[in-house]
Write a protein that binds this ligand. Structure first.
Ligand SMILES: [Zn+2]
Ligand SMILES: [Zn+2]
Length: 981
């Protein structure tokens, strides 16, 4: 069966997406989990060596009422640092002189709200993949403090972030959830929580009150941790804390037990204001326990003890007199129970150690050899001895000393157990990972082996679909894989994902793997068969490499190799900036040589591809590529054409690489990104600060005008008008939500969510896209002229530009303008006159697309994903539109450059197979980094930065591959219409 190379490439990318999905499923570990039944299990009784201790029940609660005040993104220095002293006087007083205990609780990455809430309440470490599920939190099924408290008959009231209500739909006797996705609102979200306080504090009908304040986090997302708004917010929080504390104190006189107020954060806030990664600022959160049960002592405000965030679950359970959640890997914060009698202290420690060692038994086959388990056994024996002495009422000093020894033993055991359990939390499903990797690598091999044919003169491939399925090899392989799968399925102790799939799906995956392997083998034999007859005269083919080919080859290889180092991933933008700058210089060199020396080596004589091929394929390619190649329809005819260019145009050609370089420099200073230098001042921060609103407004208005000027000239009249209205709507939208000002508007008095304005723009986006598609379809049916086709395509492109302009923050509008400007310059003065071949143009588009991804402020950390883009024009959270909009806003650079490539090739190329070749080339350069990266990540899976650096990058790469698949399908669709018309 013959396939166009575009269709072939699109198919390959789709299979690769499947492979990557399978790999990701295996890579992101399922957390250490207790599979034990939930049914009421009697608590471990007090150990006793022979003597009869009959304390078998759970110890009674230590606190009557518990209030948890969770402030989202409460970084440790907001309470314990200078900001705390300045803005939170009451809390500072309590921390320094009151009866309180303060800690710095370390959150584990991903520092995103939902996984952190889960960690706080279950005491376990949720998998990294919870970040993705953060947008759609399902009910928490794991054993946790809230479920336990409800089962024990505690009445729980909740106000705040709606995530809680989704996690615990039936647990609260009363609740009011506020949505956390309108990041621009930081007043109302908190007022919605506080307004209930007065009433609830007077009431007696609750045991646990949970408040989750979101305002601080939103301020961080909008303007960073150094904004003046932070101070206001902290003061507000301080006064709320004072209100709760005084009310609790006044009530305490009537009850026997003291109450407990917990002030905590779920994660911190990076210097840029986001969170998600593992920098100190994002990981360290404040944790303060306030209760009259604790001794008043002068605390050291600057150096609170460091604990793990997961320790809170065990501590709260003990405090409320509940069993500790089964999957908990945290240990009791000992200072909380330090004031209790020795017997109780030991009992608490024993309960915690028993729970941890049970979890260890369930998850580690050789648990008896673990040091933590041995320590636990020793402490339990000592504890029993102590109980015997205690019951015999021995000398109190001896008893106390022995007790202190037991206590120390227990604390050591807890520490060791906790450590070995949290290490376990990072276990991989290696089998699924291997299956995914095999699939991805086979696709890559197939793509590489088909380079000569796919980029050859006809851009067609002979894909033998039937022969591999009928061959003996296929059946042998399938049999071997089935046998392997069966063996793994029965032998594996922990079930892997592939084994949990129904047999039909697993069988399909295996058949796909086997078929691909057969295809690779047959392609390999074909290559060698033709390679042997070529081996007589290989060397002359290498002379065909132009500088640009060499640069794109080395650049791609270099970039792929750089993915193996964490710093190169953190600062990946530098790689791309370097590559496009070098590209500009190379173009400059080519132009000048062409112009002044009359050297005609710039126009390519043969239509070969840019990268990823070795000497053999070059040789092959040179042989197969026919004389017919890629031509630009309107390019000057003779090779030394640059000399024929008239005055001003010639100067423009000479100046254009420098113009592009200047644009890149400007863009670079707009957004600092990466990790090392992300905190450096940049234009973006300057523009977004509240003092420079007027400047931002002027810039936004200018940018929108420029976008119109650059886009409109190739549109039809209808879309021109629609474009103008759409851009006007964008300005109105930004003014409505308070980002920019109208000239007649002095200050932003009434800020709305701008829903009407945003929807107004959406109407025009859809209108333009519709007109474009209609024009394209018209050329299909009535075989209209060539221009109608290019206009249609351009309209689709401008619709995407309009959507990007709406979603990007106003200070990022210049990114869009300069992207359009560079595209215009390159088309007019570089690609057209110099007649670059399809592969070169494709590589350049890809590189610029990648660079623009970083120009707009993105990085390889989860924290820079601008989730507010997903909520433009939506008044409630809708999952699918929100995800689509966020993905589009994040990847607008690569998407816009790819769609520009389609436009350029349809309007400029005479060869009908140009699009098909470009699609193949695009698929190849996009999928190579992903495939290699998967192998790299597998080998680096025990690296220190695996969760903080490599995993987020893996998610980005997966998402990028998905976008590439969409782009390739678009290419193929355009190619189909092209060949038909
Ligand atoms: Zn949060
Ligand atoms: Zn946040």
């Amino acid at each position: 069966m013959r396939l166009g190379s575009g269709t072939f490439a699109a198919g390959c990318v789709v299979i690769e997406v499947l492979g990557v999905a399978l790999f990701l499923r295996g890579f992101f570990p399922t957390p250490v989990f207790s599979g034990a039944e939930r049914q009421a299990e009697s608590p471990a009784s007090e150990p006793s060596a022979g003597a009869s201790s009959n304390w078998t029940e759970l110890p009674p609660p230590l606190f009557s009422k518990v209030v948890i005040m969770l402030i989202d993104a409460l970084r440790d220095d907001f309470v314990f640092g200078s900001k705390g002293v300045k803005f939170m006087p009451y809390t500072t007083y309590l921390v320094e002189k009151g009866s309180s205990l303060s800690f710095v609780a370390e959150a584990k990455p991903p520092t995103v709200t939902m996984p952190r809430i889960k960690a706080l309440l279950t005491g376990s470490l949720p998998g990294f993949i919870d970040v993705v599920r953060n947008l759609n939190s399902p009910t928490l099924l794991e054993d946790n403090v809230i479920t336990r408290a409800k089962a024990a008959g505690k009445r729980i009231i909740f106000y705040g972030d709606e995530t809680w209500v989704k996690l615990f739909p039936k647990h609260f006797v009363e609740y009011d959830g506020t949505t956390s996705f309108f990041v621009s609102d930081y007043t109302e979200v908190d007022n919605n929580v506080t307004r209930h306080l007065d009433k609830v504090l007077k009431r007696q009908d609750w045991d646990v009150l949970i408040l989750h304040y979101l305002g601080l986090d939103h301020i961080g997302h909008i303007s960073g941790p150094n904004s003046p708004l932070i101070g206001h917010k902290l003061s507000e929080m301080d006064s709320i804390l004072m209100k709760i504390h005084t009310s609790l104190l006044s009530e305490e006189r009537e009850t026997l037990l003291p109450s407990l107020l917990v002030l905590c954060g779920d994660h911190g806030m990076s210097e840029a204001g986001g969170h998600g990664a593992s920098s100190m600022e994002e990981v360290n959160t404040a944790l303060v326990f306030i209760s009259s049960a604790f001794e008043r002592k002068p605390g050291d405000i600057r150096h609170p003890t460091h604990v793990q965030q997961t320790d809170l679950a065990a501590t709260l359970s003990i405090g409320l007199g509940l069993p500790i959640p089964k999957s908990n890997i945290g240990s009791l914060m000992f200072p909380v129970v330090e004031g209790r009698p020795m017997r109780e202290q030991l009992r608490f420690l024993h309960l915690n150690t028993v729970q941890l060692s049970k979890l260890l038994q369930e998850n580690v086959p050789s648990y008896e050899k673990e040091p933590g388990f041995e320590q636990f056994k020793v402490s339990e024996r000592l504890h029993g001895n102590w109980i015997r002495l205690y019951l015999e009422e021995n000398n109190s000093e001896v008893l106390f000393n022995l007790g202190a020894r037991v206590r120390k033993q227990y604390l050591d055991a807890l520490r060791t157990l906790r450590l070995s359990l949290s290490k376990r939390a990072a276990q991989y499903d290696v089998y699924s990972m291997a299956a995914g990797t095999a699939l991805v690598l086979e696709v890559l091999a197939l793509l590489l082996l088909s380079v000569p044919q796919a980029l050859g003169s006809r851009a067609e491939l002979d894909v033998p679909l039937l022969s591999p399925v009928c061959s003996l090899l296929f059946y042998l392989l399938l049999l071997a894989l089935v046998a392997l799968h069966g063996a793994v399925c029965t032998a594996a102790r922990s079930s892997c994902y592939l084994c949990s799939l129904p047999w039909l799906a697993a069988g399909g995956a295996m058949a796909l793997t086997a078929a691909l392997l057969c295809a690779v083998v047959s392609a390999l034999t074909r290559t060698f068969a033709s390679g042997t007859c070529l081996s007589q005269n290989p060397p002359q083919s290498t002379s065909r490499w132009s500088e640009l080919d060499l640069l794109s080859f080395l650049g791609t290889v270099g970039h792929v190799l750089s993915l193996g180092a964490s710093s190169f991933i953190e600062e990946e933008h530098q790689t791309w900036y370097f590559l496009i700058n070098t590209l500009c210089l190379a173009l400059c060199h080519q132009i000048y040589r062409n112009c002044f020396l009359g050297d005609d080596c710039a126009p390519q004589r043969c239509p070969h591809m840019g990268e990823e091929f070795d000497g053999v394929t070059v040789a092959l390619q040179g042989k197969r590529a026919g004389p017919e190649g890629w031509e630009l329809s309107r390019a000057p005819a003779d090779p030394s054409s640059l000399e024929a260019l008239r005055g001003p145009e010639r100067w423009m050609v000479l100046a254009s690489p420098w113009l592009v370089l200047a644009c890149c420099r400007l863009l670079r200073s707009l957004n600092q990104t990466g990790v090392q230098w992300a905190h450096r001042p940049d234009l973006g921060h300057w523009l977004t600060s509240s003092d420079h609103k007027a400047e931002l407004s002027v810039l936004a208005a200018l940018s929108l005008t420029m976008i119109f000027v650059l886009v409109q000239k190739r549109c039809s009249l209808t879309s021109k008008v629609a474009m103008a209205f759409g851009l006007l709507g964008i300005y109105c939208y930004r003014a409505a939500i308070g980002n920019v000002l109208f000239p007649w508007q002095q200050d932003n008095k009434d800020i709305s969510k701008g829903i009407t304005e945003a929807r107004f723009v959406y109407v025009f986006v859809l209108g333009i896209l519709f007109t474009g598609t209609k024009d394209l379809l018209k050329t299909q049916i009535i075989a209209a002229d060539f221009t109608a086709r290019t206009v249609g395509l351009w309209e689709i492109y401008s619709g995407l530009v309009l959507l990007a302009a709406l979603l990007l923050r106003p200070h990022n509008l210049p990114v869009l303008v300069l992207s359009l400007a560079i595209q215009t310059i390159m088309t007019q003065f570089i690609w057209k006159p110099l007649r670059h071949n399809v592969t070169e143009v494709t590589v350049m588009h890809y590189w610029f697309g990648q660079a623009f991804f970083y120009f707009q402020g993105n990085s390889n950390s989860i924290a820079t994903v601008d989730i507010s883009a997903g909520f433009v024009g939506l008044d409630a959270y809708m999952e699918i539109p929100a995800m689509f909009l966020t993905a589009f806003a994040t990847y607008s650079g690569p998407v816009l450059w790819a769609s520009h490539l389609v436009n350029f090739l349809t309007s400029e190329a005479s060869s009908s197979s140009a699009l098909s070749r470009a699609c193949f080339c695009y698929a190849l350069i996009c999928s190579t980094p992903v495939s290699v990266y998967i192998v790299l990540v597998t080998s680096l899976r025990y690296h220190l930065f695996i969760w903080s650096v490599f995993s987020p990058k893996l998610l980005y790469e997966g998402m990028h591959l998905l976008i590439t698949a969409a782009v390739c399908i678009f290419f193929t669709a355009m190619d189909q219409t092209n060949t038909k018309s």
